[in-house]
Design a protein around this ligand. Sequence first.
Ligand SMILES: C[S@@+](CC[C@H](N)C(=O)[O-])C[C@H]1O[C@@H](n2cnc3c(N)ncnc32)[C@H](O)[C@@H]1O
Length: 287
Amino acid sequence: MNRGSGTGPIVLSYIQTRPILEAKQKGLSTIEVSPDLGLTTVGVAITPEGVIFSGGEQLGWQSIEKISKSTVNCFLVEDGSVRPIQVFSETTNRMCSLMPTEKAPSMLIAGFVMHRIKDIDPYADTLRKIATIAPVVGRVLDTATGLGYTAIEAARTADEVVTIELDPGAQEVAWLNPWSRELFDNSKIVQVMGDAFEVVQNFDDQSFARIIHDPPTFSLAGELYSGEFYRQLFRMLKRGGRLFHYIGDPKSKASGGVTRGVLRRLQEAGFARVVRRPEAFGVVGYK
Ligand SMILES: C[S@@+](CC[C@H](N)C(=O)[O-])C[C@H]1O[C@@H](n2cnc3c(N)ncnc32)[C@H](O)[C@@H]1O
């Protein structure tokens, strides 16, 4: 795999390539470009054929135009050509893709955005989720890996983070996302592939101090909102432990209805105290 910044493959979206086109129009010969969706920048040379990254990687104007036209895909630069980071998953029959934002990208699964992107970016969204169960200490369970942002942030202070992902397509998208690198590099993070509904049955009682439950929307993953699943979460949580459960915009009609059902089922599962955390679009259950 070609490397733009020395740490990973070059991944670009329209946010990086549109300024390159502007620089060309202005007749500039160099420009600073991020080769990793905004994490770092490198100098690139502008030539009549396209651009040349500091690592020698070349990209033609046709490819740069192609990236600039898409606001929903991020692109991997491979051997001078580009391909959108998207994977059709045979396991779930769903398309997973990396979607650019001004900051950290999100993931689209079957057309649903997996993070908040309105008035907030996916990473700020992650920090709000994590803050609801601070301090994040001991052993942590993250039930739905996604791009790994919650697992990565939890691992900053936890002893260990066990994170579960159903979809190999989602994992492949995370693998290609520069913002997800720590998910694969951090030895405190243990990735488990499988259905969280089944995988959790293997964990011991009271084996986690914190649980982050950030499932897809109710219509994509109903069983992860079931009383049976919540009883498993309660069983695995240590006494004094905390669960964060993302639900969705409490002001929207759909999520408001789902929230009422979630609160009731969490209480029935044993969580004596469940507190709404509207700033994080979720609730916290205390054991
Ligand atoms: C909202 S995203 C999680 C976002 C993640 N917390 C992050 O920080 O990027 C939900 C993820 O759960 C995965 N998923 C869906 N059903 C699942 C299941 N039954 N078990 C485990 N993961 C599941 C989806 O493939 C998707 O990657």
